[in-house]
Design a protein around this ligand. Structure first.
Ligand SMILES: NC(=O)c1ccc[n+]([C@@H]2O[C@H](COP(=O)([O-])OP(=O)(O)OC[C@H]3O[C@@H](n4cnc5c(N)ncnc54)[C@H](O)[C@@H]3O)[C@@H](O)[C@H]2O)c1
Length: 371
């Protein structure tokens, strides 16, 4: 394939995990699937670290990245901590010469993301983010159709991740802006990223958006997952957002992200309209999360030369993890020179500039120029 391995391919790539929370199982499974070894776990919560180490059969446990780097040999570090720590930990790992796979969002804002990307370029190390929805079979099938030219140029897209009762715990890091960077706009950024991926990541021009905190603090709108409530904790992020992005090439993107809003059911989708065909990648969650009423769809809307409908349903193998395992596998395969990266640092910067502008516009009730 002509890709250069970043590491010696005659031995397994060694990865250390930073953060032993809910995402660890997907990272471990994905890295191991590509033949990597998970050699250590670091988490200041000693119980969480020990539990994860036992569960995933990892022998080295540390309470900080610093100790982990000093005491265990590794090629790469995977960062899966609350968002506030992404930037400092990524910078620390890059400074130690490690490749980095970092959970989404890349950081709290574009400024931090720019620092991380510049550091990766300086260090000559690979930096990738977990935009796992790109790795879903539906997304990859759609991307193949787009790359084949069937869709033409995408004029417009609509990105939705809307829940009805999905606030991930009250007063914890998710609802504290200083720790998370924001609510569903930044937490559920996946469909905005996926729409941009399909559109070829055009240069953004303006954002116009509104955010709402109507149900923030209302226990009836808490999701069945997430972290335990913290009494007297902070809840200063939005519960829902609606926005519109324009691009320098004339295309447009509409977005809706919600943890809590009066929606019928949880929908995770990108719809687009191209010059030759339209398309949809969607997951409708069931009444109780991923139950038997959940539905994954990948469709193309085409018209024949004679003006007849030639719509297609693209069938793929279902992936309950929404690409989380596949995305981690891709990171290791990039280091091995076996695959191209599913995302690039420059795309992460563009995405975070859009998110910053959405928040800025919601504050001023005016369009915000994206530079
Ligand atoms: N890609 C996805 O689908 C997806 C889904 C959920 C969460 N996430 C992201 O994954 C990250 C982690 O989320 P989670 O749900 O696993 O969180 P979590 O709260 O379950 O776990 C976070 C862990 O990080 C640890 N931690 C905190 N500071 C640390 C530090 N400085 N060094 C090492 N460990 C530290 C905590 O003690 C905790 O054990 C977040 O950035 C979140 O946005 C991604």
């Amino acid at each position: 394939m002509g890709r250069k391995p970043k590491e010696d391919v005659n031995r397994p790539i060694m990865v250390g995990l930073v953060g032993a929370g809910g995402m660890a199982k997907y990272h471990v499974a994905g890295f191991r699937k590509a033949g990597a070894e998970v050699v250590a776990i670091a988490d200041p919560d000693a119980d969480a670290a020990e539990r994860a180490a036992a569960k995933f059969d990892v022998t080295q446990v540390y309470d900080s990245l610093e100790d982990m780097l000093a005491q265990t040999k590794m090629d790469a570090v995977s960062i899966l901590t609350p968002n506030k720590f992404h930037c400092p930990l990524v910078l620390q790992a890059l400074a130690a010469g490690k490749h980095v796979f970092c959970e989404k969002p890349p950081a709290l804002n574009a400024k931090e993301t720019l620092r991380m990307v510049a550091a990766a370029k300086r260090a000559g190390r690979t930096l990738m983010f977990n935009f796992n929805n790109r790795a879903r079979p539906e997304s990859q099938a759609m991307m193949k159709a787009i790359a084949s030219g069937k869709v033409g140029t995408i004029n417009s897209a609509q990105a939705l991740w809307i829940r009805r009762t999905g606030i991930p715990g009250f007063g914890g890091w998710f609802t504290t802006k200083a720790l998370s960077g924001g609510g569903p706009v930044i937490d559920l950024l996946h469909m905005i990223d996926l729409a941009l991926y399909f559109m070829g990541y055009p240069e953004p021009s303006y954002a116009l958006a509104g955010t709402f905190d109507t149900f923030m603090g209302d226990k009836r709108f808490k999701g069945p997952w997430g972290i335990p409530d913290r009494a007297n904790g902070t809840c200063d992020v939005e519960a829902a957002a609606h926005g519109f992005i324009t691009f320098k090439n004339g295309s447009v993107l509409f977005l809706r992200n919600a943890w809590a809003e009066m929606n019928k059911r949880e929908e995770v989708s990108v719809t687009f309209q191209g010059t030759k065909a339209g398309g949809l990648v969607r997951r409708l969650f069931g009444t109780d999360g991923l139950d038997e009423t959940a539905e994954d769809v990948c469709e193309l809307y085409c018209q024949t030369a004679k003006g007849l409908r030639a719509d297609k349903t693209v069938r793929v193998k279902p992936d309950e993890t929404m690409g989380r395992v596949r995305s981690a596998t891709n990171f290791v395969r990039v280091l091995q020179g076996r695959e191209a990266p599913l995302n690039t640092p420059d795309q992460a910067v563009k995405l975070m500039k859009i998110i910053d502008a959405v928040y800025a516009s919601a504050k001023t009730h005016a369009p915000v120029k994206i530079r």
